[in-house]
Ligand binder design. Structure first.
Ligand SMILES: NC(=O)c1ccc[n+]([C@@H]2O[C@H](COP(=O)([O-])OP(=O)(O)OC[C@H]3O[C@@H](n4cnc5c(N)ncnc54)[C@H](O)[C@@H]3O)[C@@H](O)[C@H]2O)c1
Ligand SMILES: N[C@@H](CCO)C(=O)O
Ligand code: NA
Length: 428
């Protein structure tokens, strides 16, 4: 095992405390031969001190299974590659690495006829990698929409249920240990984007990396946006969307994107509260499936790691081997967000006078975009004595490019004092 932090220490402790049960399931004992750490003198309750070492290469050589829980790109990538090349199967929770080099690492595993398992890398304890890669392998997955970051779901949920502003909700997430010390990867959407890249690669058999994923985080979500959404029967969630696109202005392909979006409060994902994760999968024959549970934390993540270890060990004992499939369809393109069909909810601060709606409608008509719903509420009287109004416009589906141009042009209108907020809507 490489790394013994939050997840690694739970895995090591459970390998010891559940040794008998694991042996029953596998048909052979699992022996933890080495745990690679930075400081072998540190006290680690539940971990046998005699297996601690700083020599990663010696630890890997000859191991049947290598469990990588160090995180980060290097040295994890070099060590995993070494392990696969020598014929060890690898179990990892490293979403950052897989989102950067999924195709390359899977091909290396396939070349050596060993397995590279990674259930813990997406949505922690929730079984989602095996269902998408294995259970649904006989079906055609069309769309995956998930809440795959616990920190941001906690923040948005507190803003929705307690009326907190963003900063208060983030401070609370940090206090509770959900957010990282530097929460940028969580709130910027990058952690969710890594998971979207892995899910897209697996569901659509194409080598999708994190650089292909369109990412928007939640730092721009205000208490007012949450309140407006609530008034209209929506909740704001940070969604990872992976989609098979058959037709778009840019042709057929895939879409992988992460952004905060409105969901109807009746949608199954709307009832995912706190730091929980959930993934909604739509497949041709299976229809809609929902996977729900704890997406982070030492013990839940260790559950997924140990499941992979048992699966690999069983195959080893039975003489089975090999990868799910050889990757992939390199010709499948990830389309730019501009070509993707979405809906917007646009909130405008306008001057309340005749002709405002005509001017707004003209921009929509001109861009070929259409308004599904409009709501006007009375606003404030400003310093110059001018009465303002708040206009909330929900659009029909259109390309993101057309909607984005519409917003730019609305912002240029004389009667529009400010584009107060723009957010996409999903799940309708
Ligand atoms: N914590 C979670 O909830 C969670 C959930 C899902 C996936 N993961 C993933 O699991 C992996 C581990 O996460 P964690 O939360 O346990 O992190 P962590 O920081 O608690 O643990 C990583 C450990 O690896 C050690 N390490 C790093 N580089 C090393 C090196 N070169 N040699 C020896 N030791 C080294 C660190 O000292 C640390 O103790 C990461 O890839 C993470 O993304 C974590
Ligand atoms: N920081 C991540 C950890 C799990 O990957 C989260 O909040 O979901
Ligand atoms: Na998982």
């Amino acid at each position: 095992m490489l790394g013994c932090g939050v997840v690694g220490s739970e895995v090591a402790a459970r390998l010891q405390s559940r040794a008998e049960a694991l042996e029953e399931r596998i048909g052979a004992p699992l022996v933890l031969t080495a745990v690679v750490v930075r400081d072998p003198d540190k006290e680690r309750p539940g971990v046998d001190a005699s297996v601690l070492t700083t020599d990663a290469e010696a630890a890997i050589d000859g191991a049947d299974i290598v469990i990588e829980l160090m995180g980060g790109i290097e040295p994890a990538k070099t060590l995993i590659t070494r392990a696969l090349a020598q014929g060890s199967s690898v179990v990892t929770a490293n979403k950052a690495l897989l989102a950067a080099a999924y195709g390359e690492l899977m091909a290396a595993a396939d070349d050596s006829e060993v397995r590279l398992e990674h259930e813990a890398a997406v949505a922690g304890a929730i079984p989602i990698i095996r269902p998408v890669g294995d259970s649904l392998a006989g079906d055609r997955i069309d769309r995956i929409m998930g809440i795959v970051n616990g920190t941001t779901n906690y923040i948005l949920d507190q803003m929705d249920s307690q009326g907190w502003d963003f900063d208060a909700a983030l401070a609370s997430a940090q206090e509770l240990g959900y957010a990282e010390a530097d929460p940028t990867a969580d709130i910027g959407g990058h952690d969710a984007a890594a998971k979207a890249a892995i899910l897209s690669s697996l569901a659509f058999h194409a080598p999708v990396t994190i650089d292909d994923v369109h990412v928007e985080g939640i730092t721009g979500i205000t208490a007012e946006m949450v309140e407006t959404a609530k008034d209209q029967g929506f909740v704001i969630k940070l969604l990872a969307v992976c989609e098979r696109v058959t037709d778009s202005p840019a042709g057929a392909g895939l879409s992988a994107r992460v952004y905060p979006a409105l969901l109807p409060r009746t949608h199954p994902l709307a009832s995912v509260h706190g730091a929980f994760n959930a993934v909604f999968v739509e497949a041709e024959a299976a229809g809609s499936l929902m996977f729900y549970g704890q997406g982070a934390g030492g013990a839940p993540t260790a559950s997924a790691v140990l499941g992979d270890v048992v699966s690999v060990a069983r195959r080893k004992v039975l003489g089975g081997r090999g990868q799910y499939e050889r990757p992939f369809h390199p010709e499948r393109r990830v389309l730019p967000i501009s070509a993707i069909t979405t809906r917007y909810h646009i909130t405008l601060d306008v001057v309340d006078r005749p002709g405002v709606l005509a001017a707004v409608s003209e921009v929509f008509a001109d861009e070929g975009a259409s308004i599904e719903l409009m709501r006007q509420t009375i606003g404030e009287v400003d310093d110059e004595g001018i009465q303002h109004a708040k206009l909330v416009l929900a659009t029909h589906e259109n390309t993101d490019a057309a909607l984005s141009r519409t917003v730019d042009r609305l912002g240029d209108l004389d009667v529009v004092r400010a584009v107060a907020s723009v957010i996409r809507a999903e799940g309708q």
